[in-house]
Design a protein around this ligand. Sequence first.
Ligand code: GTP
Ligand code: MG
Length: 217
Amino acid sequence: MIIKTAKYLVSSPDYTMCPKPDRPEYAFIGRSNVGKSSLINMLSDNQKLAKTSGSPGKTQLINHFEMESLPDKYVPGKTPASPWYLVDLPGYGFAKVSQTQRKQWETMIENYLRKRETLVNIFVLIDSRHEPQRVDLDFINQLGEWELPFCIVFTKADKETQKEVSKNVKSFLDAMRKTWQFLPQSFVTSAIKKMGRDKILQFIEQCNVSVKEAGKE
Ligand code: GTP
Ligand code: MG
C-alpha cells in the first residue's frame, strides 16, 4: 500500500461527535506511552502528523486522521485512491489520573469501540520491552468479551536485543493462550527503524478490499 495523503482531521471527546462514518476505520490503542502516535507517524511517513511525547497521557481525545492510499501496483491516473480513517486513541493504564478521569476514559473508549459502525480493526499496542502486563491482557480480554476484531502490535523493537524482543513476544502470546483458543494476527514494529510498516499497511489494504467487496453484495 502506498500512502497518498495523511491529514489530521478532528479530535472528538465522544463517539457521537466523530466524523460521518462513511469509510473503513482503524483504531490504535494501548498503554500510555507505548508508542501509538509514533507508530501512526511511521505508518503515514509523516513525523509531524500525531503529537508524540516523552511524558505519558499526551493523547486525550479520539483523533481522526484522513487517509488516502493506493495499491502497490496502481495505474497512474486510473486507479482510484481508497479513503479510510486512522484513529489515535488515548492510552490506558496511566497512573497519574483520578478515578473520575479513568471512568470517563473507559466510557468514551467503550462507546467508541462498540458503537462506531465503520470500525474495521483495532490495533492493540504492546511494549516489546516488557514481560506480559496484566493491564494489557485485561484490555484484550475485554475486547474478546465485546467480540471486537483486533491485532497485536509489539512496539519499540529497536530498544532491546532481538532475542529479548522475541522472548517477550512469545511470553505475551503464551499468556494470551491461557484464555484464547486462537491468537490474533501480530506484528513486531519499530517506529525508528520503520520495522513492520509494510506488513501493517498490507493488512489494512486487504481489509479495505474486503470492506469494498462486502459493500457490493
Ligand atoms: P500517549 O499518547 O501519551 O498515550 O503516548 P503514545 O502511546 O502515543 O506514545 P508516543 O508515540 O508519544 O511515544 C512515547 C515515547 O516513546 C516517545 O518518547 C517516543 O519517541 C518513544 N517511542 C515510540 N515508539 C518508539 C520506537 O519504536 N522506538 C523507540 N526507540 N522509541 C519509541
Ligand atoms: Mg499519543
